[in-house]
Design a protein around this ligand. Structure first.
Ligand SMILES: *Cc1c(COP(=O)(O)O)cnc(C)c1O
Length: 369
């Protein structure tokens, strides 16, 4: 059976390594014989979804026998108002991950190249290789996108270039001036995808106004999501903003009912809850400040981040990750991203941050400093 199946699979697909999702908390606890663990591993909003979104879901449940609105009419209208663009410039996805697929399926043919940073979002190379495209990975410089090197990596075969801003897993940002230069320098015919999954967390100066590129007619697709600050990761809804011509092509590869009805209902309500958004941002800001100060006092370095997670250089990342896990604190090891010295920690609630810190102290002490 094994050989028979293998023969059917293209070498590109066979070489892929599935995205490593975290195990369910319940399963980790069962395996380790512990309970009451905390998960700071997937950049989720520790405050949960907006209470308004939760309340709105009740109304959606009564209509579950109906197919969802395949055009996402109301959500697009609402987003268009929110963003100051036309509804025809918006595309809804089953998470912004699905829009990554739309872009690659629409613009990339076998043998074409897609330029991206390394390490960056692990989903980009998977989608590119699955389409028989070639992922050209350009190393970060000082843990930030090296836009000059990325531009230099563009060839006649390049169709798409990804910039995750802030980047995952580093939390670093590309500022407006640097991105302007990239957009100006990219040859005609290359689609630049600016993935802003954590955009709502950014507080620093000089962050690019990426929608201005779209309004200015650039070949740019901006990605946003309800999975991160809006706390709706489980419902799977994200969106892309691009020129209406670009959107009209991406729409062709979309399944008719890709965003489910509850996701649409909850996303609409979440957009109206600016209080929850502000609370989430503030919890993140305070938690980040607390953790940076306390970890810094231990003589360890955190990578400055504009997102809701950050890297800590701990030396032996895998061992620290496993030590924390055994004590019920789940973070993300980074060797699969080529950063074996680091762990990635999502900012939690104040109690969770304190628990992480105390456990982190124990674990690093046990490992000998
Ligand atoms: C989490 C994340 C996303 C969000 O994906 P969804 O499919 O919207 O849940 C997109 N891009 C990056 C870089 C991320 O870290």
């Amino acid at each position: 059976m094994k050989e028979r199946v293998k023969k059917l699979v293209s070498p590109e697909i066979a070489s892929l390594v599935p995205y490593p999702p975290g195990k369910p908390i319940e399963e980790v606890e069962r395996e380790l014989g512990i309970e009451g663990s905390i998960k700071l591993a997937s950049n989720e909003n520790p405050l949960g979804p907006s209470p308004k979104a939760v309340a709105a879901l009740a109304g959606g449940i009564a209509n579950l026998h109906r197919y969802p609105d395949g055009s996402g009419y109301y959500l697009k209208q609402r987003l268009a108002r929110h963003l100051g663009v036309e509804p025809e410039m918006i595309l809804l996805g089953n998470g912004s991950n699905e829009i990554i697929e739309f872009v690659i399926r629409t613009f990339v043919s076998p043998g074409d190249e897609v330029v991206m940073a390394q390490p960056s979002f692990a989903v980009y190379p998977i989608v590119v290789k699955a389409t028989r495209g070639s992922a050209v990975e350009v190393p970060l410089k000082g843990l930030t996108h090296d836009l000059d090197a990325m531009l230099a990596a563009v060839t006649e075969k390049t169709k798409v270039l990804f910039v995750a801003n802030p980047n995952n897993p580093t939390g670093t940002v590309v500022k407006g001036e640097a991105l302007d230069r990239l957009i100006k320098g990219v040859p005609d015919g290359v689609v630049v995808v600016i993935d802003e999954a954590y955009r709502e967390y950014v507080t620093g100066d000089g962050f690019p106004d990426s929608l201005a590129y779209v309004r200015g007619g650039k070949l740019v697709v901006v990605l946003r999501t309800f999975s991160k600050i809006y706390g709706l990761a489980g419902l799977r809804v994200g969106y892309g903003i691009a020129d209406r011509e670009v959107v009209s092509y991406l729409e062709r590869v979309r399944q008719p009912f890709n965003v489910n009805s509850l996701a649409q209902v909850a996303a609409l309500a979440a957009l109206d809850d600016s209080e929850h958004l502000e609370k989430s941002r503030e919890n993140n800001r305070q938690g980040m400040e607390f953790l940076f100060k306390e970890i810094g006092a231990l003589g360890m370095e955190c990578v400055p981040s504009e997102a809701n997670f950050f890297l800590v250089q701990v030396g032996r990342g895998r061992e620290v990750y496993e030590g924390l896990l055994r004590k019920g604190v789940i973070v993300r090891p980074m060797e699969s991203y080529g950063l074996p010295d680091y762990i990635r920690v999502t900012v939690g609630l104040p109690d969770e941050n304190r628990r992480f810190l105390e456990t982190f102290k124990e674990v690093t002490r046990e490992l000998g400093g």
